[in-house]
Design a protein around this ligand. Structure first.
Ligand code: HPA
Length: 240
């Protein structure tokens, strides 16, 4: 079964049918999840900012979220994230299926290995096979534009970046900027859960355009990109 983790603007998966909400208890805390169906396939939906949304990116209980998905026996995790562009050629509502991450976060509970001496491999943080299947689905869709690789720069937030920080991210090789890919991706790997991401652009990164980044504009920009993400999820479920 697929699990979809929803982020900003994706607190409800309104296209799901036969939804049942429940709370999964883990050693790290309780997690609200929904189980439902899309195109006749069962899936788990986990709104990472909570239900209703209230946890800022640095306060999300990433360990509890990943552990809850393990408890539900999901086979794959698709992480949906609203992001800013770092590559100036990207437009609002473009999709990105990143293949790499640079972690700029700090102070987050970021591992299940508190006492055990283990170093997991994270050379490729996103599951190669799962990514390839998602890319195949995205490529078939007519009205979906974007890039099928890229580096997700994960910042601490909750504030947005300075213009100089976005320039630094660009020089570091980042394509997009968001606040939630880490430690989520690493924790999924620690639990051996195949994890891939689809990001959709909701604003140009700080300093790329002249205007300041307003939350109202981000909210207005959410719908088209998210609609495209749901199309990719639908195509993936139909093909699997
Ligand atoms: N920066 C970081 N995270 C984000 C942004 C951004 O510009 N837009 C949406 N999430």
């Amino acid at each position: 079964m697929l699990a979809v983790i929803g982020g900003t603007g994706f607190a409800e998966f309104s296209q799901l049918e036969n939804i049942t909400g429940s709370v999964v208890s883990t050693g790290y805390g309780d997690v609200y999840v929904e189980q439902g169906e899309l195109h006749g396939q069962k899936l788990v939906f986990l709104p990472r900012h909570g239900h209703p949304p209230r946890f800022l990116p640095h306060r999300i209980n990433y360990r509890a979220n990943i552990d809850a998905l393990v408890k539900l026996n999901v086979q794959r995790v698709l992480a949906v994230t609203a992001v800013g562009s770092v590559d100036p050629s990207l437009q609002v509502a473009d999709l990105v299926i990143p293949d790499q991450i640079i972690d700029y976060t700090y102070g987050r509970e970021h591992t299940f290995y508190e006492d055990e001496l283990t170093h997991i491999d994270l050379t490729y943080p996103y599951d190669t096979e799962f990514r390839a299947e998602l890319i195949h689905c995205a490529e078939q869709l007519q009205n979906v534009s974007g890039v099928w690789n890229g580096v997700y720069g994960c910042t601490q937030g909750p504030r947005l970046e300075t213009a100089a920080e976005i320039k630094r991210l660009y020089n570091d090789g980042c394509t997009i900027v968001g606040m939630t890919a880490m430690p989520e991706a690493a924790l999924a790997r620690e639990r051996d859960l195949p994890y891939a991401g689809i990001s959709f652009i909701v604003n140009a990164g700080a300093g790329i355009e002249d205007e300041p980044i307003e939350m109202d504009v981000i909210k207005e920009n959410l719908d088209v990109g998210l609609g495209r993400v749901v199309q990719v999820i639908g195509a993936y479920l139909k093909s699997s």
